[in-house]
Design a protein around this ligand. Structure first.
Ligand SMILES: NC(=O)C1=CN([C@@H]2O[C@H](COP(=O)(O)OP(=O)(O)OC[C@H]3O[C@@H](n4cnc5c(N)ncnc54)[C@H](OP(=O)(O)O)[C@@H]3O)[C@@H](O)[C@H]2O)C=CC1
Ligand SMILES: O=C(CO)COP(=O)(O)O
Length: 333
Protein backbone atom coordinates (compact mmCIF):
# COMPACT_ATOMS: atom_id res chain seq x y z
CA UNK A 1 0.00 0.00 0.00
CA UNK A 2 1.27 3.48 -0.88
CA UNK A 3 1.72 5.68 2.21
CA UNK A 4 -0.77 8.53 2.06
CA UNK A 5 1.62 10.77 3.95
CA UNK A 6 3.95 10.57 0.94
CA UNK A 7 1.24 11.65 -1.47
CA UNK A 8 0.81 15.17 -2.71
CA UNK A 9 -2.86 15.67 -3.37
CA UNK A 10 -4.59 18.53 -5.18
CA UNK A 11 -8.27 19.40 -5.52
CA UNK A 12 -9.66 21.60 -8.29
CA UNK A 13 -13.10 23.10 -7.73
CA UNK A 14 -15.09 24.99 -5.11
CA UNK A 15 -18.70 23.89 -5.63
CA UNK A 16 -20.74 21.58 -3.39
CA UNK A 17 -19.03 18.37 -4.42
CA UNK A 18 -15.49 19.76 -4.34
CA UNK A 19 -16.24 21.06 -0.84
CA UNK A 20 -17.54 17.62 0.18
CA UNK A 21 -14.37 16.01 -1.23
CA UNK A 22 -12.27 18.59 0.64
CA UNK A 23 -14.01 17.47 3.83
CA UNK A 24 -13.11 13.82 3.09
CA UNK A 25 -9.49 14.69 2.20
CA UNK A 26 -9.22 16.70 5.44
CA UNK A 27 -10.08 13.54 7.36
CA UNK A 28 -7.18 11.57 5.86
CA UNK A 29 -4.35 13.89 4.82
CA UNK A 30 -1.95 16.08 6.74
CA UNK A 31 -2.33 18.75 4.06
CA UNK A 32 -3.59 19.08 0.51
CA UNK A 33 -3.60 21.72 -2.24
CA UNK A 34 -6.92 23.28 -3.19
CA UNK A 35 -7.65 25.43 -6.23
CA UNK A 36 -10.63 27.73 -5.86
CA UNK A 37 -11.80 30.12 -8.56
CA UNK A 38 -11.98 33.38 -6.63
CA UNK A 39 -9.72 35.15 -4.17
CA UNK A 40 -12.63 35.97 -1.84
CA UNK A 41 -13.47 32.26 -1.51
CA UNK A 42 -9.83 31.51 -0.62
CA UNK A 43 -9.81 34.31 1.96
CA UNK A 44 -13.13 33.26 3.41
CA UNK A 45 -12.06 29.63 3.86
CA UNK A 46 -8.69 30.69 5.32
CA UNK A 47 -10.12 33.28 7.69
CA UNK A 48 -13.57 31.94 8.55
CA UNK A 49 -12.85 28.24 7.86
CA UNK A 50 -15.99 27.81 5.75
CA UNK A 51 -16.74 27.90 2.02
CA UNK A 52 -18.92 31.03 1.80
CA UNK A 53 -21.14 29.63 -0.97
CA UNK A 54 -21.45 25.85 -0.80
CA UNK A 55 -21.88 23.49 2.17
CA UNK A 56 -21.39 26.53 4.33
CA UNK A 57 -21.74 24.53 7.57
CA UNK A 58 -18.63 22.43 6.89
CA UNK A 59 -15.76 23.67 9.02
CA UNK A 60 -12.18 23.29 7.81
CA UNK A 61 -8.92 23.19 9.70
CA UNK A 62 -6.91 25.84 7.82
CA UNK A 63 -3.62 24.14 8.76
CA UNK A 64 -4.55 21.30 6.43
CA UNK A 65 -5.27 23.50 3.42
CA UNK A 66 -2.92 25.09 0.91
CA UNK A 67 -5.46 27.12 -1.03
CA UNK A 68 -4.60 28.91 -4.23
CA UNK A 69 -6.42 30.58 -7.12
CA UNK A 70 -3.51 29.62 -9.35
CA UNK A 71 -4.24 26.25 -10.97
CA UNK A 72 -0.61 25.80 -12.04
CA UNK A 73 0.58 26.13 -8.46
CA UNK A 74 -1.88 23.48 -7.31
CA UNK A 75 -1.12 21.07 -10.15
CA UNK A 76 2.66 21.43 -9.94
CA UNK A 77 2.59 20.70 -6.19
CA UNK A 78 0.36 17.61 -6.51
CA UNK A 79 0.74 14.15 -7.96
CA UNK A 80 -2.87 13.05 -7.44
CA UNK A 81 -5.35 15.64 -8.72
CA UNK A 82 -9.08 15.55 -8.05
CA UNK A 83 -10.87 17.45 -10.81
CA UNK A 84 -14.31 18.51 -9.57
CA UNK A 85 -15.71 21.41 -11.59
CA UNK A 86 -18.96 21.12 -13.56
CA UNK A 87 -18.31 19.81 -17.09
CA UNK A 88 -19.32 23.12 -18.70
CA UNK A 89 -16.41 24.86 -16.92
CA UNK A 90 -13.73 22.20 -17.35
CA UNK A 91 -12.42 23.60 -20.62
CA UNK A 92 -12.14 27.21 -19.39
CA UNK A 93 -10.71 26.09 -16.06
CA UNK A 94 -7.98 23.94 -17.66
CA UNK A 95 -7.24 26.53 -20.35
CA UNK A 96 -5.06 28.29 -17.76
CA UNK A 97 -3.02 25.15 -17.16
CA UNK A 98 0.54 25.33 -18.47
CA UNK A 99 1.90 22.47 -16.34
CA UNK A 100 1.92 19.04 -18.01
CA UNK A 101 -0.37 16.32 -16.63
CA UNK A 102 2.08 13.69 -17.96
CA UNK A 103 3.21 12.46 -14.53
CA UNK A 104 -0.05 13.08 -12.68
CA UNK A 105 -2.85 10.76 -11.66
CA UNK A 106 -6.05 12.63 -12.47
CA UNK A 107 -9.22 11.64 -10.62
CA UNK A 108 -12.41 13.04 -12.08
CA UNK A 109 -15.70 13.23 -10.26
CA UNK A 110 -17.66 15.08 -12.90
CA UNK A 111 -20.94 13.62 -14.11
CA UNK A 112 -21.21 15.45 -17.41
CA UNK A 113 -20.11 15.83 -21.01
CA UNK A 114 -17.68 18.52 -22.21
CA UNK A 115 -19.75 20.85 -24.43
CA UNK A 116 -18.71 21.07 -28.09
CA UNK A 117 -16.33 18.11 -27.68
CA UNK A 118 -19.14 15.67 -26.87
CA UNK A 119 -16.83 13.62 -24.68
CA UNK A 120 -16.88 12.48 -21.10
CA UNK A 121 -14.18 14.21 -19.06
CA UNK A 122 -11.87 11.17 -18.99
CA UNK A 123 -11.80 10.87 -22.78
CA UNK A 124 -11.39 14.65 -23.10
CA UNK A 125 -8.31 14.53 -20.85
CA UNK A 126 -6.83 11.63 -22.81
CA UNK A 127 -7.40 13.42 -26.12
CA UNK A 128 -6.55 17.00 -25.18
CA UNK A 129 -3.93 16.56 -22.43
CA UNK A 130 -2.17 13.46 -23.74
CA UNK A 131 -2.63 11.46 -20.60
CA UNK A 132 -2.99 7.68 -20.70
CA UNK A 133 -6.03 5.71 -19.52
CA UNK A 134 -3.78 4.34 -16.76
CA UNK A 135 -3.44 7.87 -15.33
CA UNK A 136 -7.19 8.27 -14.93
CA UNK A 137 -9.40 7.60 -11.95
CA UNK A 138 -13.14 8.15 -11.54
CA UNK A 139 -14.99 8.71 -8.26
CA UNK A 140 -18.71 8.07 -8.36
CA UNK A 141 -21.58 6.50 -6.48
CA UNK A 142 -24.84 7.52 -4.89
CA UNK A 143 -23.55 10.37 -2.80
CA UNK A 144 -24.96 13.84 -2.37
CA UNK A 145 -22.60 16.52 -1.13
CA UNK A 146 -25.24 17.70 1.35
CA UNK A 147 -25.29 14.29 3.06
CA UNK A 148 -21.48 14.20 3.22
CA UNK A 149 -21.68 17.56 5.00
CA UNK A 150 -24.11 15.95 7.48
CA UNK A 151 -21.77 12.94 7.84
CA UNK A 152 -24.52 10.54 6.80
CA UNK A 153 -23.15 7.13 5.83
CA UNK A 154 -22.35 7.15 2.09
CA UNK A 155 -20.65 4.82 -0.40
CA UNK A 156 -18.25 5.74 -3.19
CA UNK A 157 -16.82 3.68 -6.01
CA UNK A 158 -13.32 4.51 -7.21
CA UNK A 159 -12.55 3.20 -10.68
CA UNK A 160 -9.06 2.98 -12.18
CA UNK A 161 -7.22 0.49 -14.36
CA UNK A 162 -4.46 0.24 -11.77
CA UNK A 163 -5.83 -1.35 -8.61
CA UNK A 164 -3.16 0.15 -6.37
CA UNK A 165 -3.94 3.65 -7.57
CA UNK A 166 -7.66 3.06 -7.04
CA UNK A 167 -6.88 1.91 -3.48
CA UNK A 168 -4.73 4.97 -2.85
CA UNK A 169 -7.56 7.25 -3.96
CA UNK A 170 -10.02 5.25 -1.85
CA UNK A 171 -7.74 5.77 1.16
CA UNK A 172 -7.83 9.52 0.57
CA UNK A 173 -11.63 9.51 0.84
CA UNK A 174 -12.68 6.70 3.21
CA UNK A 175 -13.60 7.73 6.74
CA UNK A 176 -16.14 6.95 9.46
CA UNK A 177 -19.04 8.02 7.23
CA UNK A 178 -17.59 7.14 3.77
CA UNK A 179 -17.25 3.54 2.60
CA UNK A 180 -15.27 2.93 -0.55
CA UNK A 181 -15.15 0.21 -3.16
CA UNK A 182 -12.77 -0.08 -6.11
CA UNK A 183 -13.55 -1.06 -9.69
CA UNK A 184 -11.70 -1.25 -13.01
CA UNK A 185 -14.70 -0.04 -15.05
CA UNK A 186 -13.55 3.54 -15.62
CA UNK A 187 -15.75 3.98 -18.67
CA UNK A 188 -18.97 2.57 -17.17
CA UNK A 189 -18.51 4.32 -13.83
CA UNK A 190 -18.09 7.68 -15.54
CA UNK A 191 -20.62 7.26 -18.35
CA UNK A 192 -23.28 5.60 -16.18
CA UNK A 193 -23.17 8.64 -13.86
CA UNK A 194 -23.65 10.95 -16.84
CA UNK A 195 -26.65 8.95 -18.06
CA UNK A 196 -28.34 8.79 -14.66
CA UNK A 197 -28.52 12.58 -14.58
CA UNK A 198 -30.61 12.54 -17.76
CA UNK A 199 -32.94 9.92 -16.26
CA UNK A 200 -33.27 12.12 -13.16
CA UNK A 201 -34.32 15.01 -15.39
CA UNK A 202 -36.93 12.66 -16.92
CA UNK A 203 -38.11 11.67 -13.43
CA UNK A 204 -38.37 15.32 -12.45
CA UNK A 205 -40.35 16.20 -15.58
CA UNK A 206 -42.78 13.36 -14.87
CA UNK A 207 -43.17 14.51 -11.26
CA UNK A 208 -43.72 18.10 -12.35
CA UNK A 209 -46.41 16.92 -14.75
CA UNK A 210 -48.23 15.13 -11.94
CA UNK A 211 -47.21 11.51 -12.54
CA UNK A 212 -47.09 9.54 -9.30
CA UNK A 213 -44.87 7.00 -7.55
CA UNK A 214 -46.17 4.07 -9.60
CA UNK A 215 -45.09 5.63 -12.89
CA UNK A 216 -41.84 6.83 -11.33
CA UNK A 217 -40.87 3.26 -10.41
CA UNK A 218 -41.56 2.06 -13.94
CA UNK A 219 -39.53 4.95 -15.37
CA UNK A 220 -36.56 4.10 -13.12
CA UNK A 221 -36.85 0.42 -14.02
CA UNK A 222 -36.78 1.24 -17.73
CA UNK A 223 -33.98 3.76 -17.17
CA UNK A 224 -31.60 1.19 -15.67
CA UNK A 225 -32.26 -1.15 -18.60
CA UNK A 226 -31.67 1.69 -21.06
CA UNK A 227 -28.44 2.59 -19.23
CA UNK A 228 -27.30 -1.03 -19.38
CA UNK A 229 -28.02 -1.24 -23.13
CA UNK A 230 -26.05 1.95 -23.80
CA UNK A 231 -23.07 0.96 -21.65
CA UNK A 232 -22.96 -2.49 -23.28
CA UNK A 233 -23.05 -1.05 -26.79
CA UNK A 234 -20.42 1.61 -26.18
CA UNK A 235 -18.09 -0.36 -23.93
CA UNK A 236 -18.67 -4.08 -23.44
CA UNK A 237 -17.11 -5.32 -20.24
CA UNK A 238 -18.12 -7.37 -17.23
CA UNK A 239 -20.19 -5.09 -15.00
CA UNK A 240 -23.13 -5.64 -12.67
CA UNK A 241 -25.61 -2.91 -13.50
CA UNK A 242 -27.24 -3.36 -10.07
CA UNK A 243 -24.04 -2.17 -8.35
CA UNK A 244 -24.22 1.08 -6.38
CA UNK A 245 -22.13 2.97 -8.93
CA UNK A 246 -24.85 2.42 -11.58
CA UNK A 247 -28.27 1.54 -10.12
CA UNK A 248 -27.53 3.17 -6.76
CA UNK A 249 -26.50 6.43 -8.34
CA UNK A 250 -29.59 6.41 -10.56
CA UNK A 251 -31.87 5.83 -7.58
CA UNK A 252 -30.40 8.51 -5.33
CA UNK A 253 -30.69 11.10 -8.05
CA UNK A 254 -34.08 9.95 -9.25
CA UNK A 255 -35.65 9.95 -5.79
CA UNK A 256 -33.81 12.50 -3.64
CA UNK A 257 -34.99 16.01 -2.91
CA UNK A 258 -31.32 17.03 -2.90
CA UNK A 259 -31.05 16.15 -6.61
CA UNK A 260 -30.26 19.10 -8.86
CA UNK A 261 -31.22 17.15 -11.96
CA UNK A 262 -34.58 16.00 -10.63
CA UNK A 263 -35.30 19.55 -9.45
CA UNK A 264 -34.40 20.89 -12.88
CA UNK A 265 -36.76 18.40 -14.57
CA UNK A 266 -39.52 19.04 -12.06
CA UNK A 267 -39.57 22.74 -12.97
CA UNK A 268 -39.63 21.91 -16.67
CA UNK A 269 -42.58 19.58 -16.02
CA UNK A 270 -44.33 22.40 -14.19
CA UNK A 271 -44.03 24.55 -17.29
CA UNK A 272 -40.98 26.75 -16.68
CA UNK A 273 -38.71 27.41 -19.65
CA UNK A 274 -35.22 25.91 -19.76
CA UNK A 275 -33.60 29.34 -19.52
CA UNK A 276 -35.67 30.39 -16.52
CA UNK A 277 -34.84 27.15 -14.68
CA UNK A 278 -31.11 27.59 -15.33
CA UNK A 279 -31.32 31.15 -14.01
CA UNK A 280 -33.39 30.09 -11.01
CA UNK A 281 -31.04 27.32 -9.86
CA UNK A 282 -27.80 28.39 -8.19
CA UNK A 283 -26.31 24.97 -8.84
CA UNK A 284 -25.48 23.14 -12.04
CA UNK A 285 -27.79 20.40 -13.35
CA UNK A 286 -25.38 18.37 -15.48
CA UNK A 287 -28.25 16.37 -17.01
CA UNK A 288 -29.38 19.33 -19.10
CA UNK A 289 -26.03 19.62 -20.91
CA UNK A 290 -25.47 15.84 -20.96
CA UNK A 291 -28.78 15.29 -22.76
CA UNK A 292 -27.48 17.02 -25.87
CA UNK A 293 -24.05 15.36 -25.72
CA UNK A 294 -25.42 11.87 -25.16
CA UNK A 295 -28.13 12.27 -27.83
CA UNK A 296 -25.40 13.13 -30.35
CA UNK A 297 -23.20 10.25 -29.21
CA UNK A 298 -26.15 7.83 -29.35
CA UNK A 299 -26.82 8.87 -32.94
CA UNK A 300 -23.21 7.99 -33.84
CA UNK A 301 -23.62 4.54 -32.27
CA UNK A 302 -27.17 4.17 -33.66
CA UNK A 303 -28.44 3.48 -30.14
CA UNK A 304 -32.18 3.65 -29.48
CA UNK A 305 -32.76 5.24 -26.07
CA UNK A 306 -36.40 6.35 -25.77
CA UNK A 307 -36.08 8.08 -22.39
CA UNK A 308 -33.07 10.15 -23.44
CA UNK A 309 -34.75 10.89 -26.75
CA UNK A 310 -37.87 12.16 -24.97
CA UNK A 311 -35.83 14.42 -22.66
CA UNK A 312 -33.89 15.74 -25.65
CA UNK A 313 -37.13 16.52 -27.52
CA UNK A 314 -38.47 18.50 -24.56
CA UNK A 315 -35.27 20.38 -23.68
CA UNK A 316 -33.80 21.01 -27.11
CA UNK A 317 -36.59 20.70 -29.68
CA UNK A 318 -39.25 22.62 -27.79
CA UNK A 319 -41.62 19.62 -27.76
CA UNK A 320 -44.52 19.74 -25.34
CA UNK A 321 -43.50 18.02 -22.09
CA UNK A 322 -46.94 16.51 -21.37
CA UNK A 323 -47.40 15.08 -24.86
CA UNK A 324 -43.84 13.77 -25.05
CA UNK A 325 -44.05 12.09 -21.64
CA UNK A 326 -47.36 10.48 -22.64
CA UNK A 327 -45.80 9.11 -25.83
CA UNK A 328 -42.84 7.83 -23.80
CA UNK A 329 -45.16 6.20 -21.26
CA UNK A 330 -46.57 4.00 -24.02
CA UNK A 331 -43.07 2.64 -24.76
CA UNK A 332 -42.30 1.70 -21.14
CA UNK A 333 -43.08 -1.64 -19.54
N1 LIG B 1 -23.30 17.92 -5.77
C1 LIG B 1 -23.18 16.61 -5.61
O1 LIG B 1 -23.73 16.03 -4.68
C2 LIG B 1 -22.34 15.84 -6.56
C3 LIG B 1 -21.84 16.42 -7.68
N2 LIG B 1 -21.05 15.68 -8.53
C4 LIG B 1 -20.48 16.30 -9.70
O2 LIG B 1 -19.56 17.30 -9.30
C5 LIG B 1 -19.43 18.25 -10.35
C6 LIG B 1 -19.48 19.63 -9.73
O3 LIG B 1 -20.82 19.84 -9.32
P1 LIG B 1 -21.21 20.57 -7.98
O4 LIG B 1 -20.10 20.62 -7.05
O5 LIG B 1 -22.48 19.92 -7.52
O6 LIG B 1 -21.50 22.02 -8.54
P2 LIG B 1 -22.32 23.18 -7.86
O7 LIG B 1 -23.53 23.42 -8.68
O8 LIG B 1 -22.45 22.95 -6.40
O9 LIG B 1 -21.33 24.41 -8.04
C7 LIG B 1 -21.06 24.97 -9.29
C8 LIG B 1 -19.59 25.26 -9.34
O10 LIG B 1 -19.26 25.78 -10.62
C9 LIG B 1 -18.42 26.89 -10.41
N3 LIG B 1 -18.34 27.81 -11.52
C10 LIG B 1 -19.24 28.72 -11.92
N4 LIG B 1 -18.74 29.42 -12.97
C11 LIG B 1 -17.51 28.91 -13.21
C12 LIG B 1 -16.50 29.20 -14.15
N5 LIG B 1 -16.66 30.13 -15.07
N6 LIG B 1 -15.34 28.49 -14.09
C13 LIG B 1 -15.15 27.53 -13.17
N7 LIG B 1 -16.09 27.20 -12.26
C14 LIG B 1 -17.25 27.88 -12.28
C15 LIG B 1 -19.02 27.55 -9.19
O11 LIG B 1 -18.13 28.47 -8.64
P3 LIG B 1 -18.68 29.86 -8.05
O12 LIG B 1 -19.99 29.62 -7.37
O13 LIG B 1 -17.58 30.26 -7.14
O14 LIG B 1 -18.84 30.78 -9.21
C16 LIG B 1 -19.15 26.30 -8.32
O15 LIG B 1 -17.93 25.94 -7.80
C17 LIG B 1 -20.58 17.99 -11.33
O16 LIG B 1 -20.08 17.34 -12.47
C18 LIG B 1 -21.50 17.05 -10.56
O17 LIG B 1 -22.18 16.15 -11.41
C19 LIG B 1 -20.76 14.38 -8.29
C20 LIG B 1 -21.25 13.75 -7.19
C21 LIG B 1 -22.09 14.41 -6.23
O1 LIG C 1 -24.58 12.78 -8.77
C1 LIG C 1 -25.08 13.21 -7.78
C2 LIG C 1 -25.23 12.37 -6.58
O2 LIG C 1 -24.62 11.11 -6.72
C3 LIG C 1 -25.57 14.61 -7.75
O3 LIG C 1 -26.47 14.88 -8.80
P1 LIG C 1 -27.94 15.32 -8.38
O4 LIG C 1 -27.81 16.50 -7.51
O5 LIG C 1 -28.73 15.59 -9.61
O6 LIG C 1 -28.50 14.13 -7.65
Amino acid sequence: MIELSNRKVGLIGNGSWATAIAKMLSKNLETFNWWVKDEYVKESIEQNHHNPNYLTDVEFNPEKLKISTNINEVVSNSDIIFLVVPSIYVESCLSKLTISLKDKFVVTSIKGIIPNHYKAVGQYLVDEFNIKDEQLGVVSGPCHAEEVALERLSYLTIAALDELKAKTVADCLACNFINTKISNDIFGTEYGAILKNIYAVAAGIAHGLGYGDNFHAVLMSNAIREMNDILKQVNKTKRQINDSAYLGDLLVTGYSNFSRNRTFGNMIGKGYSVQSVIMEMNMVAEGYYATKGVAILNEGYKIKAPIIHAVYSILYEGKNAGKTMKELSMKLD
